[in-house]
Design a protein around this ligand. Structure first.
Ligand code: NAD
Ligand code: IPM
Ligand code: MN
Length: 364
């Protein structure tokens, strides 16, 4: 298969974890006979520095000419005082909006080898397997009016019926392909947008009789997520609630550095990005956990290119290295061996090689 991938490393640990994912993709291409053309482009703070624009037109053009986008992370203290339109985060928000990437799929799966790395008790975190479906191009992040004066800051929360319908339908489809349970998270006891959200979920559920639906208020969901996380299969929620709940859910896996995501639209085109940010506190130190970025690349192979075996091979290789007791510092716990970002990737590639040889080369 021949595909073009726009690679947008961004800021902080973004370039370190993106390099890791690219190495893994190169290894997959070589072993499985694919060609991936990589187009590197700037986004975020580095694009503000070079182009005075967190999402330069050159980057948009590179993405338009690609089959998928792989992104690292954006942001950093250097740009924190910039006006809104020159903030790194604006580049990320703009690319999501520009490409219509309304569905952010964030799987959260407990890794047996990492149960000791989670602050949750092993019996609470074990066997958790859920997907958070976060609305990504609406709500408080985008609606107008949005402005700042000396005396007031204004953000507006708006959701239209079609915006809710398409994300809810996506979540129903995800649930149908899994254990068939959908938890819709809202704040319908207070917010008008949430009342509409709940109404739409109730209407759409008639089309998915095989899916069991429950509604949960976001404050209660935040509590249940860490007291009884196995109760969740698929969670669907609006932009800001999804942002917060997914970082919270990452503690089940042991680290934010474990969570990948896919930001997609209806035709399958997608941007693949770790859930975490640019981690300025560890940037440039070869310490970042590259798992989220590598697993995001696996999601890209599966969702955008239909390369299921290759995606599974990557996921198994990452799990294999963790099972062997290697991890980056964020996951450190007694009995583990802490390795650098680069050493971790080398191990993942060695593991891929081992898997490939055992599947494809038979000795007689
Ligand atoms: P963060 O996700 O960057 O970091 C939170 C904590 O998790 C830090 O202690 C960090 O060291 C740790 N961490 C995150 N990813 C890690 C990894 N892969 N390996 C090991 N440890 C990891 O969140 P923050 O510190 O609140 O934000 C920093 C900057 O990142 C801000 O400018 C923010 O706007 C931006 N941000 C960007 C994205 C994105 O690009 N998608 C997401 C979140 C935050
Ligand atoms: C994320 C990030 C972004 C968001 C920021 C950096 C704009 O936190 O991808 O989760 O809030 O969506
Ligand atoms: Mn976030």
């Amino acid at each position: 298969m021949e595909k073009t991938i726009a690679v947008l490393p961004g800021d902080g640990i973004g370039p370190e974890v993106t390099d890791a994912a690219v190495k893994v993709l190169q290894s997959i291409a070589m072993r499985y006979g694919h060609t991936f053309h990589l187009k590197h482009a700037a986004i975020g703070g580095c694009a503000v520095d070079a182009y005075d624009n967190p999402l330069p037109e050159e980057t948009v053009a590179a993405c338009e000419a690609s089959d998928a986008i792989l992104l690292g992370a954006v942001g950093g203290t250097k740009w924190d005082q910039h006006p809104a339109h020159l903030r790194p985060e604006k580049g990320l928000l703009n690319i999501r909006k520009r490409f219509g990437l309304f569905a952010n799929i964030r799987p959260v799966k407990a890794v047996p080898a990492l149960l000791g790395s989670s602050p949750l008790k092993e019996e609470v975190a074990k066997e958790v397997d859920m997907v958070i479906v976060r609305e990504l191009t609406g709500g408080l992040y985008f609606a107008e009016p949005k402005h700042r004066t000396e005396k007031a800051g204004v953000d507006t929360l708006v959701y239209t019926r079609p915006e809710i319908e398409r994300i809810v339908d996506k979540a129903f489809e995800v649930a149908r392909g899994r254990r068939g349970k959908l938890t819709s998270v809202d704040k319908a006891n207070v917010l008008e947008t949430s009342k509409l959200w709940r109404e739409v979920v109730e209407e759409r559920k008639a089309f998915y009789p095989d899916v069991e639906v429950e509604h949960m208020l976001v404050d209660s969901a935040a509590m249940k997520l860490i007291t009884d996380p196995r109760a969740f299969d698929v969670v669907v929620t609006e932009n800001m609630f999804g942002d917060i709940l997914s970082d919270e859910a990452s503690v089940i896996t042991g680290s934010l550095g474990m969570l990948p995501s896919a930001s997609i639209r209806a035709d399958g085109f997608g941007l693949y990005e770790p859930v975490h940010g640019s981690a300025p506190d560890i940037a440039g130190q070869n310490k970042a956990n590259p798992s989220a970025a590598i697993l995001s690349a696996a999601m890209m192979l599966r969702h955008s290119f239909g390369l299921h075996s290759e995606a599974s091979a990557i996921e198994e290789a990452v799990m294999g290295v963790l099972e062997d007791g290697y991890c980056t510092g964020d996951l450190y716990t007694a009995g583990k061996r802490t390795v650098s970002t680069e050493a971790f990737v080398t191990k993942v590639i060695e593991e891929l090689e081992r898997e490939f040889v055992s599947e494809h080369i038979m000795y007689s």
